[in-house]
Ligand binder design. Structure first.
Ligand code: ANZ
Ligand code: ZN
Length: 829
């Protein structure tokens, strides 16, 4: 018997597929296009099980769609810039570029060993100047359109290391390296004006419904966070000017009793100038501003504030409202000022209780009265207006509209929309990233690098600093340049771009991966986009997917692309767990894919990942499970081996002429039903596990039928067809073994070029037989049963027949004799 030598077989087919360029297509000429894409990996060192799962899912989709007649585009690349490369450089003294390219080489070999059907001729690495060159061009285009701008923004600053820290490098408000307390500093940073697209990013989520998981759409809606309300002006007392607030609850305006400002609010200095509390307020503000940004925005933040000594006037009640600075008011949201309505907002209620500020009830539940002195919490529900002048008695929802109209008419406010979404800070004070293509000139200011001077290459001949600071500012060869405008001396920007910028457009670049004259070939790219099926982790539900959606729209508006959305369908696969917790290096609960491939082969590892759970669910790693997957493949191998002498290359779901015996018909029914089930499971639902289960049943049926059928007239044909079906349906999951056995069956065309089978509905009809039922030898009834019914099933059917049951009443059944396919005799006493 031939042994299943998976190492040799897998290598053999990988070489053949590669040599024949089976998975390379010409995107320019392809018809019936299907673009399947998995989120590209960060080259961290080695492939982990999460990758294997992600890419195995994508590979089944790719191979299946190819068999269904699509021209499938299935590329792979590397999200290759980022902090870990720098950290490794510091730790191991190796240059980030070397580290990155070596990891890519290792991981590429690992992926190839898995037999994934990638078009490797279009591989991209985002750290390559020929890639980021286009990104720099986009930056300049966006800059010209005002979609990129420069602004002061707070960053995490470590006074010990004299450097900016990424959020991940701040632990408990301290520097991860030197433990110094991290400060918030204002630095000039580059921002992408994603908020300009907030409305479209929100509205177009509706067009993705059905294609994207509802959960991801909800997360994105929440992240964009649209609020509809008003801006209302409150005149200052004894001073020129006004405080403008953003509120979604203008219906509570008559209940506004004080004002809360963010400590960063530009009015604060003017308000406190010359007051007795000037110094104390300034000190308070400084403290709050230096707080960690995350702590500050936390829900359980202890609310604190300080009176500025000034008042403003409620525009409808004329009430004098003390102006406070408060730590929970954020400068980045709305106008940075909040009209405080302590009776109807819980934060304001807590604040008022703490600083003994008055409450004014202006909304009551219908038919009830609220006594401010006895309230223990704010009343935040809708209700009926009270103490609200002409609006008393009005429903609060209606009052929102009525008060908005009144304020607009009097010029006291205007309707406004606010988004939680913030502009995207893309400046990183890091080395291993794409340079931002601008220079600073004393005479001309900020000057964009002319497009014909792109790329601004990241210099590779630098020494990474052990303190983590970027070596770029000290790299004279890079920094010192001449101003493109006046020719005088100038300095290059030394910040690099956030790595999320590279992953925001890579899916479009694959289609023109080697084109050095343009980032995209419009005719080709637009014919292929959006990606038909995108697959990746739920951890990217917000940022990566939002940035990619934004880039698609912004590049569309620059004339590069002609689509509105990058990904038509999204599948977010679950995690790979070991003993109930996520596999991770830090937990030390890693199962190394290479070790598994070494032991069982790539086909087994793939099959296990696809069989153990539906793709969106978490997958629990189990040694028993992988053994089971391996045993199944061995069973398929043995089946073909045992039947080798009678199998012929008839193809899956072959038409068979001749009269079939019931057993032949039954196997054929099972075969066609397997194709029906697997096709249903794979079409868009991607229920790989149930498709594999159906395949396992077919293999069981083959084992049961093979000895009988090898001797019947049509048996060998029926067996050959069923075996061909097993291999065809199995091939997207376990492509090497399937391809090898396919060849052994005598096929001359490779399985990868073989279409997916179509089942014959007529073959699905169950064969039925009529069985006679006797009681003590006398004919008492007839039952119809499937031809395949077992003795047990026949016995149960016979005893349940109403006429038979009548003759059994009051008697004891001694024995039931079953003559298969003919007769059941019930012996009673
Ligand atoms: C008066 C009021 C009365 C409010 C009331 C709420 C309840 P969303 O829905 O999230 O947009 N707010 C506005 N700007 C703020 C800032 N910079 N920092 C902290 N809070 C701010 O919330 C809008 C509400 O959040 C606004 O409506 C404002 O408080 C508060 F019974 O104004 B409200
Ligand atoms: Zn200049």
């Amino acid at each position: 018997m031939a042994t299943y030598d998976f190492h040799t077989i897998e290598r053999k087919w990988q070489d053949i597929w590669e040599k024949d360029q089976v998975f390379s297509i010409d995107p320019a000429s392809a018809e019936n296009r299907y673009y399947v894409l998995e989120m590209f990996p960060y080259p961290s060192g080695r492939i982990h099980m999460g990758h294997v799962r992600n890419y195995s899912i994508g590979d089944v989709v790719a191979r299946y769609k190819r068999m269904r007649g699509h021209a499938v585009f299935h590329p792979m690349g590397w999200d290759a810039f980022g902090l870990p490369a720098e950290n490794a450089a510091i730790k191991h003294g190796v240059h980030p570029a070397k580290w990155t390219y070596e990891n890519i080489a290792t991981m590429r070999a690992q992926l190839k060993r898995m037999g994934y059907s990638y078009d490797w001729s279009r591989e991209i690495a985002t750290c390559h100047p020929k890639y980021y060159r286009w990104e720099q061009e986009f930056f300049l285009k966006f800059l010209r359109r005002g979609l990129v701008y420069r602004k002061k923004a707070p960053v995490n600053w470590c006074p010990g290391c004299h450097t900016v820290l990424a959020n991940e490098q701040v632990e408990d408000g301290k520097c991860w390296r030197c433990d110094a307390l991290v400060e918030q500093r204002e630095l000039e940073q580059w921002f992408v004006r994603i908020t300009a697209y907030a409305e479209e990013l929100l509205a177009d989520l509706d067009t993705l419904a059905g294609g994207w998981p509802e959960r991801v759409l909800t997360m994105q809606r929440h992240w964009i966070g649209k609020s509809t309300g008003m801006e209302i002006d409150f005149a200052l007392e004894d001073m020129d000017g006004a405080v403008t607030v953003f509120t979604t609850r203008q219906d509570t305006l008559y209940g506004a009793t004080f004002m809360s400002l963010a400590p960063e609010h530009p009015l604060v200095e003017r308000l406190i100038a010359g007051t007795p509390q000037e110094a104390a307020v300034r000190e308070f503000c400084r403290k709050v501003i230096n707080m960690d940004r995350f702590q500050r925005a936390a829900d359980d933040l202890e609310k604190e504030g300080m009176f500025t000594g000034r008042f403003c006037i409620n525009p409808v009640t004329g009430r004098r409202m003390p102006i406070y600075v408060a730590n929970f008011v954020l400068m980045g949201y709305g106008t940075g000022a909040v009209m405080a309505v302590p009776a109807h907002d819980q934060r304001d209620f807590d604040f008022a209780a703490k600083y003994e500020l008055p409450l004014a009830v202006v909304i009551e539940p219908r038919g009830e009265h609220l006594d401010p002195a006895r309230m223990t919490a704010a009343y935040t529900e809708p209700g009926v207006l009270t103490n609200s002048g002409p609006f008393d008695g009005m429903d609060s929802e209606a009052a929102k509209e009525a008060i908005a109209a009144m304020l607009e008419e009097k010029g006291l406010g205007r309707r406004a929309v606010n988004y939680r979404l913030r502009d995207w800070n893309i400046s990183r004070q890091r080395y291993w990233g794409a340079p931002i293509p601008v220079v600073y000139c004393d005479a001309c200011g900020v000057v964009p690098v002319p497009e014909d001077q792109l790329p601004v290459e990241l210099p590779l001949d630098v020494q990474v600093r052990p303190d983590g600071r970027s070596p770029l500012p000290e790299c004279d060869a890079f920094v010192r340049t001449t101003c493109p405008t006046c020719g005088g001396p100038a300095r290059r920007e030394t910040d690099t771009m956030d790595t999320f910028v590279e992953s925001s457009w890579y899916f479009a670049r694959y289609l023109a991966a080697r084109d050095e004259s343009q980032p995209f070939d419009p005719a080709v790219t637009n014919a292929w986009l959006p990606v038909d099926q995108y697959i990746g982790g739920i951890e990217h539900a917000i940022l990566h997917l939002l940035y990619a959606r934004f880039f698609t729209k912004a590049l569309r508006d620059e004339g590069y692309l002609a689509v509105n959305e990058p990904f038509a369908h999204l599948l977010t696969q679950g995690m790979v767990l070991l003993d109930g917790s996520k596999m991770s290096k830090s937990k030390g609960n890693i199962v190394d894919p290479d070790a598994m491939v070494e032991r069982y082969g790539a086909d087994t590892v793939r099959l296990f990942c696809l069989f153990a759970a539906p793709p969106e669910k978490d997958l629990e790693w189990s040694d028993r499970g992988i053994e089971g997957a391996h045993r199944f493949l061995l069973r398929v191998w043995r089946l073909v081996d045992e039947l080798a002498d009678i199998l012929t290359p008839v193809g899956a779901c072959a038409a068979i002429s001749g009269n079939l015996t019931p057993a032949e018909r039954e196997l054929r029914r099972k075969e066609h039903d397997t194709v029906r089930r697997a096709t249903n499971d794979l079409d868009d639902k991607f229920q790989f596990n149930t498709a594999i289960a159906a395949l396992m049943e077919l293999v069981n049926a083959l084992y049961l039928a093979k000895d009988e059928l090898r001797g019947t007239a049509c048996g060998p044909q029926v067996l050959s067809s069923a075996v061909a079906t097993v291999l065809t349906v199995l091939s997207p999951f376990a492509p090497h073994l399937s391809e090898e056995l396919w060849q052994r069956l005598g096929f001359t065309t490779m399985l990868v070029h073989t279409p997916w089978p179509t089942y014959d509905p007529a073959a699905l009809v169950l064969d039925e037989i009529t069985v006679v039922v006797q009681v003590n030898g006398k004919l008492r009834g007839q039952v119809t049963a499937p031809a395949s019914a077992s003795e047990d099933e026949l016995r149960t059917l016979a005893l349940a027949d109403p006429n038979v049951a009548r003759h059994l009443e009051g008697k004891t059944v001694v024995k039931v004799i079953v003559v298969p396919k003919k007769l059941v005799n019930v012996v009673v006493r």
